[in-house]
Structure formats: C-alpha cells, structure tokens
Design a binder for this molecule. Structure first.
Ligand SMILES: Cc1ncc(COP(=O)(O)O)c(C=O)c1O
Length: 384
C-alpha cells in the first residue's frame, strides 16, 4: 500500500466511545463502575447449564442462516402473547449477533446514499455511524431535559421527501423514558401516508416500571408493517457478553434484511440458541424482570432522597439520570471525571449522547448492580 496515500475514512469524526474512555478510567482508578450498561451479577445457572447441555448434545456446527427454528417459533409466540401481533417464524424473524448487528443490518439493507434517517437525541451510540457508513444522513431531533418528551410537531417538521427511516428506542437509553400508547399512535398517524420505515430498538422491552406496559411497535398494525423490532437476549437475561438477539419484521422487509445478514454473519452461535429456546419456555424468567429491576431502581432512588441530586424516576431500562446542578456548575465531563478520580465512582456524562454534545449537566448511572455495589455508590453520592 502506498504510504503516501491517506486513508479516507468513512467515519472521520468517530472517536473512542465515552463507554471505553470512562470504563478504562474507572478500572485504572479502581472506581465503583455504574457507567457501563451491564449487570455485575451472574446470569441464572440454569441458562448456563442449558448452553453446556446443548454443546454436549452436539449442537456445535452452523445453525440455519435465519436462526434455529425452535427459537424463532418461541419468539413468535412470545410476541403474539404480549403484543397480539403474529410474526411468522419462518419468514419474519431472524436471530442476530445482539441488537447491534440487527440495527446495523437494518440500516445497511435499507439506507441508500443521501437517504435521511431521523434520530431522536440523546441516542444510543451505534445508530449514527451505521447511517454514515452507508452514506445516509442522520437528521437529529434533540429532546429536552428533564422529561425528554417528544414534540411530535417538531418531529413531523423533520420529515422530507428524502426521509427513509426513523429510529426510536423505548424504553430509552439513556433517559429511562418509555413511549406511551399515545406517542405510538401519534407516530403511526404521522407516518400513515408515507413509505418511511421504522427501526424500533426495544432491547429493554422487559424492564418497565410502575405497572406500565411496554408499547412495542408490533402492537400498532400500520407501524408493525413498516417496522423492524430489534431485541437483545443479552440485556434480558444478564448475559450481555453472549451478544445474541433478534430482529422481527414483515415478510418483505425481512427478506431484504436477510440478504445482507447472510453475507455479514451468516448465522449465530448455535448452542446458545438451543439453550434460549428451552429457557424461554418459562415466561416468568423474563416477565419477572420488571419487578426485579424496579426493586433496584427504588433502592437507588430511596437512597438519594436526601442527596443534592435532582431526578425524575426512570420509567424503564436500568439507567437513572441525575441532575447535579445543585452541587456544581462544572461540565458533565469534568464532573464525571472528578467523580472517578476523587470519589471512585464512575458514571456516563450525557452530553456525549446529545446534538453538538449539549451539556444539560446530567449523569447516567446504571443500577443493574448488586445491593452491595449500589449501597457503596449511594454512600459516595450522599457524601458529595
Ligand atoms: C439502546 C440500546 N440498543 C442496543 C444495545 C446493544 O444491544 P446488544 O448488546 O444486544 O448488541 C444497547 C446496549 O447497551 C442499548 O443500550
């Protein structure tokens, strides 16, 4: 390769992600880590033994390209029971390498150069690079603190003839906000006479609090027709390192999705698919998560009742935002760094998720942690 020739990056503005930066700093300074979105407790031993069993039974070669049929079947039943929409396991569900690959594949399969994709900010960090690598143009709508409510008029104003896709995420990382039935109906109404597709990131579908229900796009017939549901077993079953999830969409959309999927990964870890098929036969294993994580949210927030932080309780996900303006006017990056270096507690500054890194002086804390870890974190936060 000619050393003189510069590499022309497709993603010239991408830097090390905030998760890596904060994670490295937290490790270096031995800080309690509430920054990264994963549990610090073990998955159910039963699930792990089911994977072992599947390997011992010889399910160690390639799975079918679309995923093990039994797993697709049980996912189809689960969605039908919870949301009343039938995705055919044969043609409308594909097992993926986590939600991230599902999201990347949807965007790669459908976004052409110069197509516009509407992204609501703050947003999880994998959407924008996937759009850009495919030559698409992300069109941002910034949501505002403290409640991150979607202004549907402003949303509608972002739609142009070039809009190919809209990305939504409920429950929402990082805000912990969930979209209501009314939100979904508004979205359905706005898109009704268009060909716009919806990528619905629903990785926290089983972590919704206070008796509310997860409003999947699959509940709304016109939305379901034009949408891709992207889901994650890693998030649901405390095994983020396994990177396994799925995508569900109507037949025509799924056909095109698979055209890309089969040449990107072809297929996904086989024994894990077999194990999940067995494990999903007991719905309590995922239906119990709302209460499980609500207990952790409540413990965390009760512990902060007399602190200087301001907050609106998270409605879903395992994240809680805390406004620290009563403590300091430092930028969120400065304050997050100070918390790690001086107080040994790691969190994520929200500016990294916002348009132009807007700083609302809010930090994100992950409460998918043991009671012991949460108690230690609370002691630090209350001492500030
Ligand atoms: C909103 C959101 N979408 C997608 C993902 C990625 O999911 P997976 O690990 O299954 O690829 C995450 C992980 O943090 C997330 O928070």
């Amino acid at each position: 390769m000619n050393k003189e020739k510069k590499i022309i990056s497709k993603l010239p503005d991408v830097k090390t992600t905030i998760f890596t930066t904060v994670g490295n700093l937290a490790r270096k300074h031995n800080a309690i880590d509430l920054s990264q979105g994963f549990p610090n407790f073990e998955a159910d031993a039963k699930l792990i033994s089911l994977v072992n069993q599947a390997m011992e039974q010889g399910h160690n070669q390639y799975a079918p390209m679309q995923g093990y049929y039994g797993l697709r079947e049980i996912i189809s039943e689960k969605i039908q029971t919870l949301h009343g929409h039938q995705y055919h396991p044969k043609t409308e569900i594909t097992i993926t390498v986590g939600a991230t690959q599902a999201i990347y594949t949807v965007i790669t399969a459908f976004v052409h150069p110069r197509d516009e994709v509407i992204v609501l900010k703050p947003a999880y960090d994998c959407y924008e690079p996937a759009i850009q690598v495919n030559g698409g143009i992300p069109i941002f709508l910034q949501l505002d603190v403290p409640d991150y409510k979607i202004d549907w008029k402003a949303f509608k104003a972002k739609i142009t003839k070039k809009t190919k896709m809209v990305i939504i995420n409920t429950p929402h990382n990082p805000s912990g906000k969930i979209l209501s039935e009314d939100d979904m109906l508004r979205l359905q109404e706005i898109l009704k006479d268009t060909n716009i597709l919806v990528l619905s990131d629903e990785v926290y579908e089983h972590i919704v609090f206070d008796g509310k229900e997860h409003q999947s796009v699959s509940r709304f017939p016109d939305l379901a027709e034009r949408s891709f549901v992207c889901a994650s077993f890693g998030k649901t079953f405390h095994v983020t390192g396994w990177k396994i999830g799925y995508c569900a969409a109507s037949k025509a959309l799924m056909e095109e999705f698979r055209n890309v999927h089969q040449f990107a990964v072809f297929c996904v870890d086989h024994p894990v698919q077999r194990a999940l098929t067995e494990y999903l036969k007991t719905p309590e294993r995922y239906l119990g998560l709302n209460d499980f994580y609500q207990g952790k949210r409540d413990l965390f927030l009760k512990g902060l009742a007399n602190s200087k932080f301001k907050f609106i309780p998270s409605q879903g996900t395992y994240f809680q935002l805390l406004d620290y303006t009563q403590l300091t006017q430092e930028t969120d990056e400065e304050f997050a760094k100070k918390l790690i270096l001086e107080h040994k507690l790691a969190s994520i500054p929200i500016s990294s998720f916002n348009v132009n890194n807007r700083d609302d002086k809010v930090l994100r804390f992950c409460f998918a942690k043991t009671e012991d870890t949460l108690s230690k974190a609370l002691e630090i936060l209350n001492g500030l």
